[in-house]
Design a protein around this ligand. Structure first.
Ligand SMILES: Cc1cc2nc3c(=O)[nH]c(=O)nc-3n(C[C@H](O)[C@H](O)[C@H](O)COP(=O)(O)OP(=O)(O)OC[C@H]3O[C@@H](n4cnc5c(N)ncnc54)[C@H](O)[C@@H]3O)c2cc1C
Length: 362
């Protein structure tokens, strides 16, 4: 069987590695640097904690697969410092953890079990002891090495169903495959539309900034997801390398719309996040020392989405880094047997688009 994976972000590389392990003849097309777009940067947050029990269960499966990857990579790919969730919805997250049978603890702000860069915040908080820092730098090295010469660094112009297979066109080249997976991040909707698959196309800008951690901060700091302050709808925060604290900020959507441009979004996000750090994080210096930018599909939330049309399978979602090894396995299996993985999380009901074609649909 010959399979094309379009996109060499963490999802595409993970799918390629899983296909290779199944003995499939696979090619991964990447327009730029592997893991250079939405998978850029050196760290992310891992958490079992989600607002939906099915997502908690899937995160647990992904964590087990990360352990296998860590063994193969010869280095820990998740630093298990724990993840803390606080904010208005935390009770719902705790219920989902309980329903999924996942270990967790609810504590009040000020609990000695918390190691955060803030002394005070609106409690209670959920501690997810299996959470921690995903080492994206190590994952990139591991996956690029495992994919080896199966990576083809070209931009794919189109994916087209033909009689004998699915044609992938790039420049003047084209090749035909038995199955194609589209996991091209911001490029997915344009490619998928070519074979009649509809995926979210709206984009907005998103920024994360890093700041020096003061020496008196508790250690090791836990990752933290919270709804902190006026002007910031939500943040996620974690150690992003020695002595660096990363704070990603969701701000008012009108300030990060696609049309207003990247520069305006950067300025508005930087002002909101730095102001928050200065006012609320006594263990962090409000002096930005780095940033990670990405495009983002608004309103997706945590969730895994899969859409198939004939021999082409497309996937999309938010916060996919923590699911990378699991997504790789799911996509590889679906390519080989022609099935469509079940959606999970808030969009689990969005399955009506899956349409039959060429006999390879579930
Ligand atoms: C700042 C930030 C913080 C985040 N925090 C977290 C977190 O804490 N936890 C978490 O789990 N996730 C987090 N995420 C989300 C997570 O990193 C992404 O969901 C994940 O990396 C997406 O991977 P991907 O492979 O789907 O997309 P990408 O990494 O964008 O990969 C898609 C690839 O497809 C390529 N491509 C596109 N079009 C074409 C084409 N036509 N031809 C060839 N190649 C093409 C692109 O060049 C790109 O490399 C965060 C993301 C960012 C940016």
């Amino acid at each position: 069987m010959k399979v094309a994976v379009i996109g060499g972000g963490v999802v595409g590389l993970s799918a390629t590695v899983a296909l290779l392990r199944q003995g499939v003849d696979v090619r991964c097309y990447e327009a730029g640097e592997p893991m250079g777009e939405r998978s850029a940067g050196d760290t992310r947050i891992f958490r079992l904690a989600h607002a939906y029990p099915d997502m908690v269960v899937l995160a647990g499966q992904s964590r087990a697969l990360f352990a296998g990857w860590s063994e193969r990579a010869g280095a820990a790919l998740v630093d298990e410092v724990g993840t803390v969730v606080s904010g208005a919805e935390v009770g719902r997250w705790a219920d989902a953890m309980a329903a999924a049978g996942a270990a967790h603890e609810m504590v009040e702000a000020g609990s000695p079990l918390l190691r955060l860069p803030a002394r005070a915040f609106a409690g209670p908080a959920l501690i997810d002891p299996s959470g921690g820092v995903i080492r994206v730098d190590r994952i990139r090295a591991f996956l690029v090495d495992a994919v080896g010469d199966r990576l083809r660094q070209v931009h794919v112009d189109a994916v087209e169903e033909t009689g004998p297979g699915v044609r992938v066109r790039s420049g003047t080249d084209s090749d035909t495959f038995d199955a194609v997976v589209i996991c091209a991040g911001a490029g997915t909707s344009a490619l998928a539309a070519g074979v009649g698959i509809d995926t979210p196309s709206a984009l907005e800008h998103h920024l994360r900034f890093s700041f020096p951690i003061r020496p008196e901060a508790p250690a090791p700091l836990q990752c933290w997801i919270t709804e902190p302050a006026p002007g910031l709808l939500g943040t996620y925060q974690h150690v992003a390398g020695p002595g660096r604290w990363a704070v990603g900020g969701d701000i008012d959507a009108v300030l990060v719309t696609w049309g207003s441009g990247r520069q305006a979004a950067e300025q508005a996000s930087l002002a909101a996040v730095t102001g928050y750090v200065a006012e609320h994080l006594p263990f962090v210096e409000p002096r930005p020392i780095g940033q990670v930018y990405c495009t983002h599909n608004p309103d997706l939330g945590d969730g895994l989405q899969f859409v198939r049309r004939g021999r082409v399978l497309a996937t999309y979602g938010e916060n996919l880094m923590k699911f990378a090894p699991l997504l790789g396995e799911m996509l590889a299996r679906a390519c080989v047997d022609g099935s469509t993985p079940a959606n999970a999380g808030p969009g689990a009901e969005r399955t009506s688009q899956n349409t039959a074609g060429n006999g390879s649909v579930e």
